[in-house]
Ligand binder design. Structure first.
Ligand code: MAN
Ligand code: CA
Length: 145
């Protein structure tokens, strides 16, 4: 049975930047902000910066081919990369030679545009501006009219 309200909600979810992959929803920003401001934006959407747990998830995000923050940082303890849920990094997809903490000032991870899907992350200064990806079990949309 075609349900107009359900269709309208789905359309709004898409228009606001959310994409479904597996059982999760991913928000791809249209703007650029610092890592902290990006994380704040995700929280306001009842989400957090994306945590990449598998090669499949890495491949899904790579398809967008955007320069975006992911939820990974070593700001608390240099060299100890942690996801925003405090879990340690296990499966990593760094570019070759990364993370290199260039100038001693690179504590946040970005998903960069590169030819190699499985070697795509770089550490850069957290104050740089980039797009970002939020992840949530639910897509958050502003109040429906
Ligand atoms: C180069 C490399 C990277 C570093 C960036 C900073 O690409 O040194 O490791 O993160 O510069 O812009
Ligand atoms: Ca780097």
């Amino acid at each position: 049975m075609l349900n107009i309200t359900a269709l309208y909600i789905l359309e709004k979810v898409n228009l606001e930047g959310w994409k479904k992959y597996g059982s999760r929803y991913y928000y791809f920003s249209a703007e650029e902000k610092s890592w902290n401001e990006s994380r704040q934006d995700c929280r306001e959407r009842r989400a957090d910066l994306v945590i990449i747990n598998s090669r499949e998830e890495q491949e899904f995000i790579k398809k967008e081919n955007k320069y975006v923050w992911i939820g990974l940082s070593d700001a608390k303890s240099e060299g100890q990369w942690k996801w925003v849920d405090e879990s340690p990094l296990s499966t990593a997809f760094w570019r070759s030679g990364e993370p290199n903490n260039a100038n001693g000032d690179e504590n946040c991870a970005v998903f960069s545009t590169t030819a190699d899907t499985l070697k795509a992350w770089n550490d850069i200064p957290c104050s740089y501006e980039a797009g970002w990806i939020c992840e949530s079990t639910q897509p958050y949309v502003r109040r429906l009219q």
